[in-house]
Design a protein around this ligand. Structure first.
Ligand SMILES: *Cc1c(COP(=O)(O)O)cnc(C)c1O
Length: 452
């Protein structure tokens, strides 16, 4: 009987995050001030974030220590298990070995508490009383609400309106943790009111919700903003996923040929992939790295590598990233999350350097993959995670076709227990594939800010 689950002793949990900035052949492009077009400094970000996080954002230290209090909280569910997906391998009749790292083991059910807990900790340290944020499907909002409850911080969440109505139980979860949840666009902010004046029926977008949260955060001294993806400090906190995976695979006597993650803003993908990319950049081990995005929000495969705003109202700094344009509003048909218009600047930079292979997958393929995974492995993946499952299945079938036995590792970023309506809709034949047309891409990209 082969052991199929690799657990690390909790004493083996990482005590430091891995910062890929230390191993880059060229630094990522500067972040620019939206008014002056000049590179911003730490002070420019101080109204939004605590200084400790700003310093992590710009750090080039390879290893950043995880505070003891954060480690203690992580230990409740970390190290997360690494499984060998033997029954999925059998179902696919593939010679490949498939491993998955299960981040759904956290209290909120996804990888997002890895950064939510760290962010809440640093805000608390610097005397912040209230955190404001946006959430799409509700995974980030519930993770920050959970972290806020642990540290006694008030949490206010602007939730994309379409999800607010489609995912009432995610909203309930946030409220159980003590957060206040507002459907976005809302009447509570100038940016929300502006959107509603132009589009009274707006279903919202992450870009709009970010504008609302940022607007509220800068109005009060005791309030800061928190972002669940995209920024380099968020990606940094997620690297515990990849660091643990390396140790667990070592325990299994293995190393991946290919590492796969789903990519919305890029944080769970970076979490599993960066420690492996780092080893490659340092010339230690080779690996292929695949980022899977939805065909309905294809920032890496159809977007442009350009300076853009993080939000619709143009309140955020300008970052160079693969983007569909900040005015992008994803199709309401698309059930699978991963709806942000841009890709994390650090992931974008590595893509530009040729270190990442991006692919776009249609939603029917992702749900078919999730169903097959659930029926062989038992865990029901979040719709976002289904993108990684689909990517892993494609790689396993490629191995079968080529008759090669490779090792595949993917990140199962969360469980789908709050997403069962999407599975019901899929089984009822109500979900459709959706291609974002070249004309629509061109229209949204026409609004990109002009940067020298
Ligand atoms: C939020 C989320 C994602 C997408 O966000 P990234 O920052 O790209 O990781 C993927 N999977 C799950 C389960 C999520 O909650």
């Amino acid at each position: 009987m082969t052991k199929i689950k690799y657990l690390l002793d909790e004493s083996a949990m990482p005590t430091a995050w891995y910062n890929i900035a230390a191993d880059l052949p060229t630094p990522a492009p500067a972040v620019l001030h939206p008014g002056t077009g000049q590179p911003i400094g730490p002070a420019d970000l101080a109204p939004l974030f605590p200084m400790a996080l700003i310093m992590q954002e710009v750090s080039t230290e390879r290893s950043i220590e995880i505070p003891e209090e954060v480690q203690q909280i992580y230990r409740q569910w970390r190290p997360t298990p690494l499984y060998r997906a033997r029954r999925l391998e059998q179902a696919l009749d593939t010679p490949a070995k498939i491993y998955y790292k299960y981040e759904g083991a956290s209290p909120a059910g996804s990888h997002k508490p890895n950064t939510a807990v760290a962010q809440a900790y640093y805000n608390k340290q610097e005397g912040v009383k209230r955190l404001v944020t946006e959430t799409g499907a509700g995974q980030w909002g519930s993770s920050l609400a959970f972290a806020g409850a642990l540290f006694g911080l008030e949490v206010l969440v602007y939730m994309v309106r379409v999800s607010y109505h489609q995912k009432p139980y995610r909203r309930a979860l946030m409220e159980v943790y003590g957060a206040r949840v507002v459907a976005s666009p809302s009447e509570e902010t100038a940016s929300g009111r502006a959107v509603l004046a132009a589009h009274p029926d707006s279903t919202g977008s992450l870009g709009i919700a970010i504008s609302e949260a940022v607007e509220v955060a800068v109005q009060r001294e005791d309030t800061k903003y928190a972002l669940g993806s995209v920024l380099s400090h968020v990606l940094l906190h997620q690297t515990v996923i990849g660091i643990e995976s390396i140790a667990q695979l070592e325990q299994a006597g293995d190393y991946p040929d290919v590492v796969i993650g789903s990519a919305g803003g890029g944080s769970n993908f970076a979490g599993i992939a960066f420690p492996f990319i780092g080893a490659k950049l340092r010339g230690e081990r080779n690996v292929r790295v695949v980022a899977v995005e939805p065909a309905a929000c294809p920032s890496m495969t159809k977007g442009k590598y350009a300076y853009d705003f993080g939000d619709t109202a143009h309140l955020t700094p300008l970052t160079k990233m693969y983007t569909l344009g900040n005015s992008f509003v994803p199709s309401g048909i698309h059930a699978g999350g991963l709806r942000y218009h841009g890709m994390a600047p650090m992931v974008s930079h590595l893509l530009d350097l040729g270190q990442i292979e991006p692919i776009a997958v249609q939603q029917l393929e992702t749900f078919a993959a999730g169903m097959q995974f659930a029926r062989s492995e038992g865990i029901i993946p979040a719709p976002e995670s289904n993108h990684a499952v689909a990517g892993a299945i494609r790689e396993a079938l490629r191995c079968k076709e080529e008759g090669v036995s490779q090792t595949i590792l993917f990140n199962l970023s969360g469980h789908g227990h709050f997403d069962m309506q999407a599975y019901t809709d899929y089984q009822a034949g109500k979900l459709k594939d959706f291609e974002y047309s070249d004309e629509e891409v061109a229209a949204a990209l026409a609004d990109l800010p002009k940067v020298g």
